[in-house]
Design a protein around this ligand. Structure first.
Ligand SMILES: *Cc1c(COP(=O)(O)O)cnc(C)c1O
Length: 361
């Protein structure tokens, strides 16, 4: 059994993906070829955002979003400590400071009711993460941002396709940033990512920054990076779009089955006015290592997203001494992610649930 099954997906889409990749090999426009624009148009229309700018990875997307907003040394960006490192890492890379706000224990997303108290005169942006595939309380977050004139970047690396009050993730704030890392809900076959905005000036800035700050050929009007997504990787994502809605339906159906079978393991809660795309299906237990060992003995892989709150990571801890984020710390001790992908067989899911129930006293 695999933790994330992307091989079955390839077998189902082989003809489409192979044909699209072959076309790129034949036309030879490996950088910013026609598939790049085609993908950007399709993804923008899928999310409802006016602009999509594909980039080299989800990490690069966050960096370029922060650069386009002109985040500078000394600035503060409010974010969650319970996320993948890239969220905070790109803030630090620009010399700015991640100001952590604790999460809700049941959804694992940033607790919007605590954000206002963290705003200072140096705050420039709020960066909520749509963790495990579920958007945070974006209306409340956008309202705080509007009151203090802050930008909101949704780290939507795990949530492409999710809905929040009828709107798509990536189109819920100033900028949405997603990732096409192979195991994400919409993945490519290497690194890739995308930025979304309906602000024309920000879209232009992000498009230029990803390409060395060029406004025209060898005309460098701003500081940029080499942050383009390969044409071949765009072709892979294009080859997957026809099956994507079906895959999301499968993920949700499988998550419902897990919910029914595993209620006693306190699965992460999804709020009623939004959906999750279940980048991870995550349960909680104070006896995590015993449960992981029991499943491993039966050939069932599990993972921990994430084993440490970011304020406790070695490279960060010195800057957050004396601070505690109890919900993030508790989740970091208790969360277990189970096998999840659109092609997970219900028979395998039954084996996983049975193995888990056997660990109960
Ligand atoms: C995967 C991920 C990223 C980084 O995406 P890459 O494409 O791997 O660079 C950023 N933030 C979160 C929350 C992620 O899960």
């Amino acid at each position: 059994m695999e933790f994330t099954d992307i091989k079955t997906q390839y077998r189902a889409l082989k003809d489409e993906i192979d044909a699209r990749m072959r076309r790129v090999l034949e036309h030879g426009q490996f950088i910013l070829g026609p598939e790049v624009r085609e993908l950007e148009e399709k993804l923008a229309s899928y999310t409802g955002a006016r602009h999509c700018v594909t980039v080299a990875s989800g990490t690069e997307a966050l960096l370029i979003a922060l650069m386009a907003l002109d985040i500078k040394p000394g600035d503060e960006v409010i974010t969650t400590p319970f996320t993948f490192i890239a969220t905070a890492e790109m803030i630090v890379l620009l010399g700015a400071k991640p100001v952590f706000v604790d999460v809700e224990e049941d959804t694992a997303n940033i607790d919007a009711s605590r954000i206002a108290a963290a705003v200072t005169s140096r705050t420039r942006a709020i960066m909520p993460v749509s963790l495990y595939g579920q958007p945070a309380d974006m209306d409340e977050i956008n309202a705080i941002a509007a009151r203090h004139r802050l930008a909101v970047i949704e780290d939507a690396a795990q949530s492409f396709g999710a809905l929040y009050k009828g709107r798509r993730s990536c189109n819920l704030s100033t900028i949405g940033a997603t990732s096409f890392f192979p195991s994400k809900p919409l993945g490519c076959y290497g690194d890739g990512g995308a930025l979304f905005t309906s602000d024309d000036a920000l879209a232009k800035a992000m498009r230029e920054i990803r390409h060395h700050g060029q406004s025209g050929r060898y005309q460098h009007t701003r500081i940029g990076v080499g942050g383009r997504m390969d044409t071949l990787q765009c072709a892979v994502v294009l080859g997957k779009l026809g099956r994507f809605d079906w895959e999301l339906e499968r993920r949700v159906a499988l998550a419902r089955r897990y919910d029914e079978l595993l209620g006693r393991f306190r699965p992460i809660r999804v709020k009623r006015d939004r959906t999750s795309v279940y980048a991870q299906y995550t349960i909680r237990s104070p006896e995590r290592s015993r449960i992981q060992d029991a499943l491993k003995a039966k050939g069932i892989p599990t993972a921990v997203h994430y084993p440490q709150s970011l304020h406790q990571q070695p490279a960060y801890a010195a800057h957050y001494r004396g601070l505690s984020f109890p919900a993030a710390e508790k989740l970091a001790r208790e969360v277990i992610s189970l096998p999840m992908s659109a092609d997970l067989a219900e028979s395998d899911q039954d084996l996983i649930a049975a193995a888990l129930v056997q660990t109960l006293p």
